[in-house]
Design a protein around this ligand. Sequence first.
Ligand SMILES: *Cc1c(COP(=O)(O)O)cnc(C)c1O
Length: 387
Amino acid sequence: MKIEESKRLKKLPRYLFAEIAKIIKEKRDQGIDVISLGIGDPDIPTPKGIIDEIQKEVENPVNHQYPSSYGMSSFNEAVADFYMNRFNVKIDPANEVIPLFGAKEGIANIAYTYVDPGDYVLVPDPSYPVYSIGTMFAGGQIHIMPMEEKNNYIIDLDNIDKDIAAKTKLMHVNYPNNPTSAICSIDFYERLAEFALKNNIIVCHDNAYSDTYFGDNSPASFLNAGGSKEVGIEIYSLSKTFNMTGWRIGCAVGNREVIGSLGKYKSNVDSGVFNAIQYAAIKAFKNYKEYSGENNKIYKKRREMVTGILDNIGIDYHKSNATIYVWAKVPEGHTSKSFAKLVLDEANVVVTPGSSYGKFGEGYFRVSLTISDDRLKEALDRIAGTF
Ligand SMILES: *Cc1c(COP(=O)(O)O)cnc(C)c1O
């Protein structure tokens, strides 16, 4: 029998980290201590209160049956309360919230909800890969929006081709941003909502990092912008805020028609998030200040340690008070890949080549802060030693 993948699966680009993954494995097999600063996956455990909550709820047989794809009302209310307390945004819990199996799931499925073959989708470059991959799976056409240092990595909406914009169905935006760590102002969100309304484009704003920040200026929500609810949704993830990447929980919030259609799609392919996990998420949202505050102290310290060493060795980086990444420039004469390879060969440290997030990421590399202080320091000292 000949087993053949679907055309859409075969079309997937080659896994960009494959080469690096192979080198890491070879080194580790030889007993070499490789430190990876590659993955954005919090090393800090999920807060105890959240764990206690799921342990209690897992015992309750009521939670052992199918959940609703549209979420428990107590979960949806907790999301609405969080949006009010944290962002001062009013959300109707009955119609404007749906739980997700993490932001990634929502991003991938919004494509199936709205994108027909040939439809254009605007995707930032560099960016989290799922925006492009979801688009591709649904048969959409990707049109990139450059994120450039000269613009502080803010998308230049005026520079988007007018004819493409007229043909576009959906756009993905993400601030605070992975991989660049850039933050945008409310003013940008206002212009984004205006642009989307004018061109009849649905906005899907990925807000995975609004609560990993330090300092007094907490990042806003897209839904803070006037008219935002008319044009789209925001996807919130508990993964980074509450160290819950393994739990698979997030939510989509915003335009009721979009939430309804996403729910219509999802109720046909999944059967909702385990209620016990929704209870744990409620606990997280209710205590967001305490839980995220503790994390952010740790990330602040780590960021300052990393940027201090980068300053010493003369490597430029984007100054930011949010996300769990440092986005830095490769030294003269290097490409993203050649620098990542050099650091891996000589320092046994993995950094992510910026080019793996898109062509506008070329010339940069990303360092993730999700590793213990000691190991992070050791990794940066090793990198510094190669200079
Ligand atoms: C980590 C990350 C996500 C994934 O979130 P999950 O809720 O774990 O699926 C989504 N978007 C961006 C930009 C991320 O960096």
